[in-house]
Design a protein around this ligand. Structure first.
Ligand code: UPG
Length: 602
């Protein structure tokens, strides 16, 4: 009471609320007025911020925490009363008639979409010092994840506007959710690279705030161990994106400007945009309000399983069940072996890659009811079986893919399964953990993420008829991977199967040791014969027709050890560095028409 004079009216209200909610321990140690006054004020600045950044305020947070902690102590699981079963979704096969039809439909829709990238995670499992968006997706070109994403969106914008004449001025918005851990470095990455070609007002950064930590099962808020005038905080999870989008006002702006779709995606999947046109096409053709992208999932793989849950009372939903919950849920509902592969070699539950496509209208309607609040969970690590105290403080968490949980049964919720090689290659695990992954299961490491890009491009070219030599097997940082030719192209060269088919024609062959980089919107290659390294760069105003026969010593992988700190971290976490022995480089930086047929043998 003696210290109230330091506070604003709003802060006094919050102090009273904290006392009503039995949180007086937060001030129990406070000194007399005149001592630590600045710290006391900053304590309440923090309380105000925590209150403002949680839907319903800090009081709601404490109530929700109390309920979830009581349920957790009682051993109540969030799936009580629900029986899991395998849901039916749209299964696509790259390059077939259906796939091509959906890709075409998706390109048409893309200019009515907004993209939302959740990138507030620190990537603790990867242990990389920088932000994950700045990590090279592959080291042949060194293009970082954020650049791949931005260039893909720009290429979609260009292709879509072309298909929808009259819409030429549409700039597809990109929202990036950051956190204190990633915000300034993301901003810096964008600014120092001129937004990778986007207009600066096309990109919006929304920073998520952390939430208060909970010290015990009574939901007493925890003070920071190193600062007694501060509440300890931890991340609340990627589910924050919905509340942030809602409060930013962007959704209504998008609706007014005629947008129809919001696509959510994550920080390190170099393949994702290969799957976007077709899956957006599925959303449009099936009129889905929610469409989650999925890939075949190995049992126990660290990706959530898309599951149909049917409640005793008849409710039914198709939802992600997180990877740590699927096995216990199956065991508790009569599946004695839990999460296991079936005769196909995969779990029958498709793996959620957390790429969500939401129809904007119904999304806004739902958020107007919920303010973007997402079903939360708590995961306390108890000291002992009495479940009275925690090993360390905990907090409430939420996940963006839990959005459909509160939807009415009439909502059109579906999912689309794609080939893993085409759609999913995240970078999440450090080399040590990746090397321990059982053989045959994906590593999700920087090594496998890069190799997957080469494999995807090679497989796509095989599908359009290019002869690609079989891959070799290599072991890097203890992980056995397939090494395909290092083929990389820019998104504006080709986005869809038909784009590739149109741009690479005739009799083409590429040897395993080869590197092929194609950057530019108007490059046509016919009768390619490549055994070495060929790099083609052209500005959009250069129309290039090539018939190259190239043979040289090319670029090779040299082993490096992830423990060798003399090598930059983004390289050594892959276990290899590229040595450039020899290459043919073709550059077209002046507008014009070029028709080049050449043999280059060295
Ligand atoms: N992220 C945030 N804020 C947070 C936590 C994470 O923005 O507070 C971002 C993070 O940067 C990343 C994404 O959210 O882009 C996902 O985080 P990550 O740690 O990679 O998620 P996982 O625990 O691996 O799991 C998510 C889904 C899971 C899905 C998997 C697919 O929860 O269902 O199968 O991603 O990659």
């Amino acid at each position: 009471e003696k210290n109230l004079g330091l506070l604003s009216t709003r802060q006094i209200e919050l102090a009273r609320m904290l006392i009503e909610e039995a949180q007086q321990h937060l001030f129990a140690h406070w000194a007399e007025p005149g001592i630590d006054d600045e710290k006391k004020k900053s304590f309440f600045d923090q309380v105000e911020k925590l209150d403002a950044s949680y839907p319903g305020g800090l009081r709601s947070y404490i109530h929700n925490a109390r309920q979830l902690l009581t349920d957790s102590k009682a051993g109540k699981n969030p799936f009580d009363g629900f029986t899991p079963s395998v849901p039916a979704g749209e299964v696509l096969s790259f390059g077939d008639e259906n796939f091509i039809k959906f890709e075409e439909a998706g390109i048409k829709e893309a200019c009515d979409a907004a993209f939302v990238l959740v990138a507030g995670g620190l990537g603790e499992r990867l242990g990389y010092g920088g932000i994950k968006l700045a990590l090279p997706s592959e080291t042949t070109t060194g293009t970082c994840f954020l650049q791949v994403y931005v260039e893909s969106i720009l290429a979609l914008q260009e292709a879509s506007c072309k298909q929808n004449e009259g819409n030429v001025d549409r700039h597809i918005p990109l929202v990036i959710m950051t956190s204190d851990d990633t915000h300034s470095r993301t901003q810096e990455l964008l600014k120092s690279n001129a937004y990778f070609g986007m207009k600066s007002n096309q990109v919006h950064l929304l920073k998520q705030e952390k939430v208060a930590c909970l010290a015990d099962t009574d939901a007493n808020l925890a003070l920071d161990p190193s600062e007694k005038y501060k509440i300890q905080t931890k991340p609340h999870g990627h589910g924050d994106v919905h509340a942030l989008l809602y409060s930013s006002g962007l959704l209504h702006k998008w609706q007014i400007s005629g947008l129809k779709w919001v696509l959510f995606f994550q920080d390190t999947n170099g393949l994702l945009f290969k799957a976007i046109p077709a899956s957006l096409g599925v959303s449009a053709s099936k009129d889905f309000h929610v469409n989650s992208l999925a890939v075949p999932r190995k049992a126990k793989e660290a990706i959530g399983g898309i599951t149909q849950l049917t409640h005793e009372d008849g409710r039914r939903m198709v939802i992600n069940v997180e990877y740590n919950q699927l096995d216990p849920l199956l065991r508790a509902t009569g599946h004695v072996n839990g999460d296991v592969n079936d005769e196909t070699g995969y779990s029958p539950y498709p793996g959620n890659i957390n790429q969500l496509i939401l129809r904007l209208g119904p999304y806004i309607e739902e958020l107007s009811k919920t303010q973007g609040a997402i079903t939360e969970f708590v995961n306390p690590k108890y000291k002992d079986s009495s479940k009275t105290s925690f090993k360390s403080s905990t907090r409430l968490e939420c996940m963006m893919q839990d959005y459909p949980r509160t939807l009415l049964p009439s909502a059109r919720v579906g999912f689309t399964v794609m080939d893993t090689w085409l759609a999913y290659a995240p970078v999440k695990s450090n080399p040590e953990d990746a090397a321990k992954v059982p053989k045959g299961n994906p590593y999700h490491s920087a090594t496998s993420g890069e190799m997957a890009i080469y494999r995807a491009h090679s497989q796509i070219l095989r599908k359009v008829g290019v002869k690609i030599e079989d891959p070799q097997v290599g072991i890097f940082n203890g992980q056995e991977v397939e090494i395909w030719p290092r083929i990389v192209w820019s998104p504006n060269w080709a986005l869809t199967f038909l784009d590739v088919k149109k741009k690479l024609t005739g009799n083409c062959e590429i040897s395993q040791k080869s590197t092929l980089v194609v950057k530019g919107a108007n490059i046509h290659i016919n009768d390619l014969s490549l055994d070495g390294a060929l790099i083609v760069n052209a500005i959009d105003q250069a129309e290039v027709k090539l018939s190259p026969h190239v043979q040289n010593n090319g670029w090779i992988f040299e082993h490096v050890d992830y423990k060798d700190t003399s090598i930059p971290e983004e390289i050594r976490i892959r276990g290899f560095a590229i040595k450039k022995n020899d290459q043919t480089i073709l550059t077209y930086d002046q507008p014009g028409k070029y028709c080049v047929q050449f043999h280059s043998v060295s």
